[in-house]
Design a protein around this ligand. Structure first.
Ligand SMILES: [Zn+2]
Length: 240
């Protein structure tokens, strides 16, 4: 990999892609650049192509999706692998293992279908070249605390104050616009880069930035003191 190119696919300010590119370039010792302007991959921009990536039924693999009525709700889910086709078009012919790694940062909710439990899961990182990072999936993918879910369910069932429960747990998980999002996305970006470099994105060490944390508690534990484990620090040092 000679270069990392980070593309801004966000509707709002969100993650600073130039800063993310500089972080990756500095950490991995490769050239870096960024591509601003995510309008092309927003609904209403290149809407039709994007629309074709939308998941209608989270219990069926994408090839079995029938389209039709909108799923509804504030958060539409998009298929990560289908989005990669759009990303490939945006990346151009330079995307190859020996050329540039392209990383798209989106605020769409991105998921992939898991054959194991026959349903979609939100994925903060879909590692490939290009790779896709999703801030919305960083918010909604890793599980929140058992106590949070129980209290929310109780408030909803009993007509309680859901907003008060949300406020009480505010610091426990990533939220939209969270100041900790930058560090979280840096970790996911490193996972994408490691996958491109070595074919293995994740680390078993729960305190390594390459750890695939399934719970918000784990994500935020790494974000609080972001570092690579010794073997990965050495591996990355050896690459540069
Ligand atoms: Zn590690």
């Amino acid at each position: 990999m000679r270069e990392i190119v980070v593309h801004d696919w966000q509707a709002g300010a969100g993650v600073d892609v130039a800063r993310l590119a500089a972080f990756l370039g500095g950490t991995l010792g490769v050239a870096h650049s960024s591509v601003p302007g995510g309008a092309a991959v927003r609904p209403g921009g290149r809407g039709r192509a994007l629309e074709a990536c939308r998941v209608h039924d989270t219990r069926r693999p994408f090839w079995q999706q029938r389209g039709g009525a909108r799923r509804g709700g504030a958060l539409e889910l998009y298929d990560g692998h289908e989005l990669l086709a759009i990303a490939l078009g945006a990346a151009g012919p330079g995307a190859s293992p020996r050329g540039a790694l392209h990383i798209m940062v989106t605020d769409l909710l991105v998921g992939t279908y898991d054959e194991g439990d026959a349903r979609y899961h939100a994925r903060p990182v879909v590692a490939s070249n290009p790779s896709i990072l999703s801030t919305a999936s960083a918010v909604w993918g890793p599980a929140r605390s058992v106590r949070y879910y129980a209290e929310i369910a109780e408030a909803r069932a009993g007509g309680g104050d859901v907003a008060a429960v949300e406020d009480a747990h505010a610091g426990e998980h990533l939220r939209e616009g969270d100041a900790r999002m930058r560090a979280a996305i840096e970790g996911y970006a490193l996972q994408a880069a490691m996958y491109a470099l070595t074919g293995e994105a994740f680390c078993a060490d729960s305190q390594c930035r390459l750890h695939d944390a399934h719970r918000q508690e784990g994500v935020l534990s790494v974000v609080a003191s972001p570092a690579l484990c010794a073997p990965h620090a050495a591996a990355i040092g050896g690459l540069t």
